[in-house]
Design a protein around this ligand. Structure first.
Ligand SMILES: Cc1ncc(COP(=O)(O)O)c(C=O)c1O
Length: 463
């Protein structure tokens, strides 16, 4: 069957990435594919030569039905799309982004020098190396174990170095397969829910309650101190738990995490603990789930250098799978995860791992602390801005995210108002789950002058 596309559906290779996943376009090249058939043969116009007709060929492969369950685009491409539309409407506006949560400050030189040195060495016979161990460089695994899990009984072999926490979320979904039920904090980082949908663990999206069937949404609001009331949570096989939380910025206390570990133990569940923001903790909340006695039998942990060292583009993270963590048949979770990693990943870049090792040297650790302190200062400015305007503000203390309440209003409306009137990009809370409705998330990742300017504009807008 061939199709011809209406001119209104033209797409250039550069604009495709700005479209949400619900757009029906699946290609990043100038070739396009379409998922709906309106009539037998449609007219297709190529961008390079709109006058020429191109007939699109469709395969006989049906679309993965789980992909069709996904709602709209992934949150951040949708925000990028709206930002771009705003810029084209107001080409002279100085748009400031406090939205996506991407780092902005340069990577400390002690870290980039180590990567440069490793890259240079690849041009020599002695310094060249090809594929490394899928689990990561032994020295880096050892350094991660001793730096972050020093006295907690986590060893080098429990650490799997990765190209980032997000990639490992999907690898973990491969590990668990489609027959598990997951629980998530509501609101939470969207990758947990979306990867669960793609894996086929869920039912359809239920429009009336804005939830997917067969996911346990654990409500986290100001009323429960952003920690779920576990007495109302049904059993799930896998509990995704992020602390400090993205987007609420709230870190669970030792007491709360003790309850969570106890809850997992009673239910025979596995906690996937996301500690990507642990270095932002400024009080005595645990930095890792393994500070909680008994956690090694019920939890694994994902983490990342992204928000510590500005590695969002460099890509380096890790997952800890303790040898004590077992499936119901007594087999080790780590053994299966190792198999997944060896099958779907060929190891993190050797250049980047050299950077990771530099991060964990004493100067590297101090340099990362300075980066984190800089963003913590931004956070204080934002918290003060919203508080002084009379808003109820949450988060910020232990995370680079400020969670601001606009009672009775829709998050997307608030997002649109702030973008339209102050040219500031934030993130609508409802994009993180129904529990985020009425909130916006403001990210503290930004140059200082932009954060100060954003603060001025917010004070003008909401005074
Ligand atoms: C909670 C959480 N986990 C994981 C990630 C992804 O981290 P990485 O850059 O290591 O893939 C992010 C990124 O924003 C995040 O907020």
């Amino acid at each position: 069957m061939s199709f011809v596309v209406k001119p209104s559906l033209w797409i250039s290779s550069s604009s495709s990435s700005l479209l949400g996943e619900d757009s029906g376009f699946t290609s990043r090249t100038s070739k396009v594919t379409f998922n709906s058939r309106t009539s037998g043969v449609l007219k297709c116009m190529g961008v390079a030569n709109p006058a020429a007709e191109i007939t699109a060929y469709t395969t006989r492969v049906s679309r993965n039905a789980n992909m069709a369950k996904l709602q709209a685009g992934y949150l951040f491409p949708e925000i990028a799309r709206r930002r771009t539309a705003h810029i084209s409407k107001h080409p002279d506006a100085q748009v400031i982004s406090l939205g996506i949560g991407d780092t902005t400050e340069p990577i400390p030189e002690v870290i980039t020098s180590a990567m440069a040195l490793r890259a240079k060495a690849l041009s020599t016979i002695e310094g060249y190396s090809g594929y490394g161990a899928e689990q990561g460089d032994k020295k880096l695994r050892t350094a991660i174990a001793s730096t972050y899990y020093g006295n907690l009984g986590i060893e080098e072999n429990d650490i799997f170095v990765s190209d980032g926490a997000k990639c490992d979320i999907s690898r973990l979904q491969l590990l668990f397969g489609s027959n598990v039920k997951v629980a998530v904090q509501d609101p939470s980082y969207p990758a947990y829910v979306d990867s669960s949908v793609i894996m086929g663990q869920t039912g359809l999206f239920e429009k009336d309650n804005e939830k997917y069937g067969n996911i346990e949404y654990m409500r986290c609001t100001q009323e429960n101190d952003f920690f779920p009331d576990l007495s109302t949570v049904s059993r799930a096989d896998v509990i995704f738990f992020c602390s400090p939380n993205n987007p609420t910025g709230s870190a669970a206390s030792r007491e709360q995490l003790t309850k969570l570990v106890q809850f997992a133990k009673e239910n025979g569940s596995i906690i996937v603990y996301d500690s990507a923001y642990a270095m932002y903790i400024s009080d005595d909340s645990p930095r890792t789930i393994f500070e909680i006695p008994g956690a090694k039998e019920v939890a694994l942990e994902i983490s990342s250098f992204s928000k510590y060292a500005g590695f969002t583009g460099v890509r380096l993270g890790w997952t800890v799978v303790p040898k004590e963590l077992l499936f119901s048949d007594g087999s080790r979770v780590a053994k299966d995860f190792n198999r997944i990693v060896c099958t779907s990943f060929n190891g993190a870049s050797n250049v980047v791992q050299a950077g990771g090792l530099a991060c964990l040297s004493s100067v590297g650790l101090k340099a990362m602390e300075d980066v984190v302190s800089f963003y913590q200062e931004n956070t204080k400015i934002l918290v003060h801005t919203f508080s002084s305007l009379g808003f109820n503000v949450y988060g910020g203390r232990n995370a680079p995210y400020v969670w601001v309440h606009f009672p009775g209003r829709s998050s997307w409306d608030v997002f649109a108002e702030i973008l339209e009137k102050a040219h500031l990009v934030t993130t609508p809370g409802s994009g993180f789950g129904p529990g985020g409705e009425g909130f916006i998330r403001v990210s503290a990742f930004g140059h200082r002058e932009n954060v100060l300017e954003a603060s001025r504009r917010l004070k003008t807008l909401f005074k």
